[in-house]
Structures are given as structure tokens and as C-alpha cells.
Ligand binder design. Structure first.
Ligand SMILES: *Cc1c(COP(=O)(O)O)cnc(C)c1O
Length: 386
């Protein structure tokens, strides 16, 4: 029927010395233990410490942004990033339905409502064409703000996501949003090490967000980061995520509603060691992706690839199956053979809390949701210089 056996052998061959073949495992081959020990010895394991400060500088320089702020996780980072661009209760925020649930949740944490606009088939990220069509049909600009002319609510942000580390058509999205006075928060949670025309993902929008959860390309155990070039926003984000406490030798004075969203120093210590290995991991993952590309091409199976001008981090490789039925058969087959494979997420409007959201046709999102399967894509120790 299908070449399920061939697909499984291709994956097994690439990861032949691994006992279990996961989607993506953390890889600790550097200074992790050394930095964790020195963090413990210093007694600064919590929300202040040298690792947090140096990490923030490294994140901003790695991504080419002026400011980096370390956060407790990517979800809180998204929620605060939306606040930083002015998202308020009853507003609407444009995003994609083909995403991890945190993207949509972060909108609702601010009392706002998601609008789902379709994705492109090739990038699997927010489609600029669909975005522009949606705005022409539904939006109006008044006094430099964008409003939904049907609901009357303000459209106060656009939140594109770079799916599995493949860059979305972000430059087009930026120019459309500029025309419509809509600030952009980039959900680059999966896109550390991904670039469009040599500019790092997350650095195109007003604010960008990363995640360092255990399944991401590098991890702090749990953690996230916000990047921005805007000094006022960076200062406010740091202030409000550290309980909005005014600096004072002993007085506890908080000048607005704050949050405890800072990344602990212990997590920053782990991430600092991980960050030193990121470039090596990126090379390793690209090699696996190239191997997959050649092997799957030879048997006529479609592997998702980076689009022109993009450099993907190849966080998770994706096969595009012929239809949903084959997709399900393949998921059963491969998992039974000890190869971890997963379908792409359920579309947000198929989850109970998002079923009544405003959305366009979702033709491409539905197509991809039925067909995309993630295959093992972790850092392969066989090809590291240990
Ligand atoms: C992982 C992820 C997040 C959330 O990050 P956490 O650190 O797990 O809170 C948000 N958006 C996307 C697209 C993600 O993949």
C-alpha cells in the first residue's frame, strides 16, 4: 500500500545507535553540570543572579535585538508580550489556528479574543494573502488604530507563529500590519536559530517570544524569553515581570499590577550551557534534515522544506501524507515499530474553548492538519564531536 516500511527504515537508519527514537530529546554535552554547580555554590538559585543577566545579553546579541528578557516560560512571555504592545480586554488579536494551544491561550489571558486567519501551505505559518484579504473584508482604520468593522472591537495585535521553526512570510506580514496600524508579536517559540534573509525570527515584529521548554531545540528545563528593540517596552517588561517593584534598599512598593514571571538563575545556568552548543546542534539537525530530504525524495514522500530566503532550524521535520486516512495508518504503524511520530496539533477552533472564534476559510490549515506528521528530529549523538 504505502511505503510505511521504507519510511521507518529511513528513520531507524539515521538513529541506528539509539535505543528509543524520540521526536526531540534534550542534549546535555557541554558545561551544564559545571554551571549548575556553580549556581548552587553561589546560593543565587532564584530570580536574581549572574546567569540571568548574562543570558539576557546573549539572547539579544544572538538574535540581533537590542534587548532580551528571560522569562519563566514561553506562554507567560507571550501573554506579557501582547500586553506590551497594548492588547486589552475585549480586543481582538489575529493569529493562526494551526499552532500550539499556548499561542491562543496567551491572547485570552489578556481578556482578548483570537481571530483565526489561514496559513500558507509551504511555510505552515500565517498567510499574508489571507491576512490582507481578511482585513480588507472586515477591518477599518480610525485615528491610527485598526477596528473590526463588524464587531466594533479593536484589532490590537497580530501574532504569527513560525511553525516547527520554518519561517513564515514575515516581511509581507510586517508591511501589511504597518499599513493597518497593527502591532506584531512573533511567536518564535519554535524558531531559535531560524532566519529570513539573514535576520533572526522574532526580530521582525515589535516583540518576539522564545520558549526553552524541554522539547525545544535548547532547554532551561522550563523557560522563555522576550526580545525587542524598543527600550520603553523592554524596561516595562522587566519591571512588570518582577512584581512591578520599585527599586529601593528595603521598601516594598509596587507601582502597578505585576507578575512573578522571571526565569530563575538555576534555569538560566542550564540554558547558558545549552546556548554555547546551539550552533553545533543546528548543524547536526540540518544534516539529519538533508539526509531525510534525499532519502524521502527517492521514494516519493513529501518532506517539508524551507522556502526561498529562509534558513530553518529544522526543529521538527514534517512529512506530508496523502490524506488523513494514510496519516492515521502511518501513525499507528510507526509508533508500533518504536518510532515516535506525532500528528500536527488539532486546529484551535476544533478545541471547545475556541469553537466560536472569528475565522476565515481555514482551507490550508485544514489541509495540513489532516496530513502533517512529525518524525524523529532530535540532535543525533552519532554525528556530534564529543
Ligand atoms: C512551546 C511553545 C510555546 C510555549 O512555550 P512554553 O515554554 O512551553 O510555555 C508557545 N508557542 C509555541 C508555538 C510553542 O511551540
Amino acid at each position: 500500500m504505502q511505503n510505511f516500511d521504507d519510511i521507518v527504515s529511513i528513520v531507524k537508519h539515521r538513529f541506528k545507535n539509539q535505543n528509543s527514537i524520540y521526536l526531540h530529546e534534550p542534549c546535555f554535552i557541554g558545561n551544564e553540570k559545571k554551571y549548575l554547580n556553580s549556581c548552587i555554590d553561589s546560593s543565587y538559585v532564584s530570580s536574581i543572579g549572574e546567569f540571568v543577566s548574562s543570558l539576557e545579553k546573549e539572547i539579544s546579541s544572538y538574535t540581533g535585538s537590542n534587548y532580551g528578557i528571560a522569562m519563566v516560560n514561553g506562554t507567560s512571555a507571550l501573554s506579557i508580550a501582547l500586553k506590551a504592545v497594548g492588547v486589552k480586554e475585549t480586543d481582538e488579536v489575529i493569529t493562526q489556528a494551526l499552532t500550539f494551544v499556548a499561542t491562543a491561550n496567551a491572547i485570552v489571558y489578556n481578556g482578548a479574543n483570537p481571530i483565526f486567519v489561514d496559513v500558507d501551505i509551504d511555510t505552515m505559518g500565517l498567510s499574508p494573502t489571507a491576512l490582507e484579504n481578511f482585513l480588507i473584508d472586515n477591518a477599518i482604520v480610525r485615528e491610527n488604530h485598526c477596528y473590526n468593522k463588524i464587531s466594533g472591537n479593536k484589532i490590537s495585535a497580530c501574532l504569527p507563529m513560525h511553525t516547527f521553526g520554518f519561517p513564515a512570510r514575515i516581511e509581507e506580514i510586517v508591511s501589511i500590519c504597518k499599513k493597518w496600524f497593527i502591532p506584531i508579536v512573533e511567536d518564535a517559540a519554535e524558531a531559535l536559530g531560524s532566519y529570513k534573509n539573514n535576520k533572526h525570527m522574532g526580530a521582525f515584529g515589535d516583540v518576539g517570544v522564545f520558549s526553552f521548554n524541554g522539547n525545544k531545540i535548547i532547554t532551561s528545563g522550563g523557560g522563555g524569553a522576550i526580545i525587542t528593540n524598543d527600550k520603553t517596552k523592554a524596561t516595562w517588561i522587566k519591571h512588570v515581570t518582577t512584581t512591578a517593584k520599585k527599586s529601593h534598599p528595603f521598601n516594598y512598593y509596587h507601582d502597578e499590577l505585576g507578575y512573578n514571571y522571571r526565569m530563575p538563575n538555576l534555569n538560566a545556568a542550564l540554558l547558558s550551557a545549552q546556548l554555547e552548543k546551539l550552533d553545533e546542534f543546528l548543524i547536526n539537525k540540518r544534516e539529519t534534515a538533508l539526509y531525510y530530504k534525499n532519502a524521502f525524495n527517492a521514494i516519493g514522500i513529501k518532506l517539508k522544506w524551507e522556502t526561498a530566503g529562509s534558513r530553518a532550524n529544522f526543529w521538527l521535520n514534517c512529512l506530508e501524507m496523502e490524506n488523513k486516512k494514510y496519516r492515521d495508518q502511518f501513525l499507528n504503524f510507526s509508533n508500533a515499530k518504536g518510532i515516535m511520530t506525532r500528528p500536527i496539533w488539532n486546529l484551535m477552533f476544533d478545541l471547545p474553548m475556541y469553537k466560536d472564534c472569528i475565522m476565515d476559510s481555514q482551507k490550508n490549515a485544514r489541509f495540513l492538519a489532516d496530513r502533517i506528521v512529525n518524525i524523529p528530529s532530535g540532535i543525533n549523538p552519532d554525528f556530534l564531536n564529543l
